[in-house]
Design a protein around this ligand. Structure first.
Ligand SMILES: [Mg+2]
Length: 295
């Protein structure tokens, strides 16, 4: 049985080289004229509506995962995400919804940034168990004044296109939640600032006005991120296949796998092989454009 997928490609307006999407489609015998699609400012977009059988779909997905370079973004929208029924975007936070890694910003204040960054990098490559690495890194924050959290939260910079993606989702009646292996004390003010519908993250331990160097309760790991998506789907009456998962690291593997459309934002190699979309260009509004939201 074949189903209609939409392949949407993005390059910078100024790009000289063509996006490889047309060549991918030609290689699976699905080359025809692209459809019109609205591109976010500064980007050029093309879309192809293609009937794909299982074998062609697998080949196209492999090409997208392997060949979407830093100058392109490619998103393969499944038939389940077409149409206007309510959808839910669930996004990772550090290096996905925002430009920074919050734990590194906190560690910088403790003078231990390099040490913490090295552990983060290994965890995101999937070389370390996430919970273990989190405990290790949070320990480095022990003794920092709790007032620092508000300072760090104010310095957080949303990724280009994040505000536009959220606005487009809301304009089309969809919802956006953020789930983070970082900290709720930083995520909550950000969620308010961005108008997010849901937020879930670890709780930093605080005693007598300083960080204890521990997290309270169960760690938000890769399984917990997928669980948050399922929980919000149930709460908002959204079908799981009408979800979009966004992430960049190995701890987003389950989130991207359970989402109807899993998009890697400049993804680490460990995440790329489960993505249905790869943003080589750091522009989150490519996702809403690919879905035809907010237009
Ligand atoms: Mg991340």
């Amino acid at each position: 049985m074949s189903e209609q997928f939409r392949l949407v490609s993005f390059t910078l307006d100024s790009a000289r080289e063509e996006h490889p999407a047309a060549a991918w489609l030609a290689s699976i015998g699905a080359d025809h004229a692209p459809a019109e699609v609205a591109a976010p400012a500064g980007l050029r977009a093309a879309a192809w509506d293609v009937e794909l059988e299982a074998a062609s779909l697998a080949t196209l997905r492999d090409l997208l995962r392997e060949e979407t370079g830093p100058e392109h973004s490619s998103i393969l929208v499944p038939p389940t995400l077409r149409g206007s029924r309510r959808s839910l975007v669930v996004t990772d936070v550090d290096s996905t919804l925002i430009e920074q890694e919050v734990i590194e910003m906190l560690a910088a204040h403790a003078g231990r940034e390099a040490e913490v960054a090295a552990v983060t990098e290994r965890a995101m490559r999937g070389e370390l168990d996430f919970a273990q690495s989190l405990h290790h890194r949070v320990k480095a924050l022990a003794g920092l004044p709790v007032s620092l959290i508000a300072e760090v939260a104010a310095d957080v910079v949303p990724t280009p296109g994040a505000v536009e993606l959220i606005a487009a989702a809301h304009a089309s009646g969809h919802l956006v939640g953020a789930v983070s292996g970082g900290f709720i004390q930083v995520l909550e003010p950000l969620a308010d600032r961005l108008g997010l519908d849901h937020a879930h993250a670890n709780v930093l331990g605080v005693r007598d006005g300083v960080l204890t160097g521990t997290v309270q309760g169960p760690v938000v790991d890769r399984a917990a991120k997928a669980a948050a998506l399922r929980r919000w789907c149930a709460a908002d009456d959204v079908q799981p296949q009408r979800t979009v998962g966004l992430g960049d690291g190995a701890n987003d593997l389950d989130l991207l796998t359970v989402a109807g459309l899993g998009v890697g934002v400049q993804p680490k190699p460990a995440l790329r092989h489960v993505a249905d979309g790869v943003l080589g260009l750091r522009r989150l509004d490519a996702v809403s454009a690919a879905l035809g939201w907010g237009a």
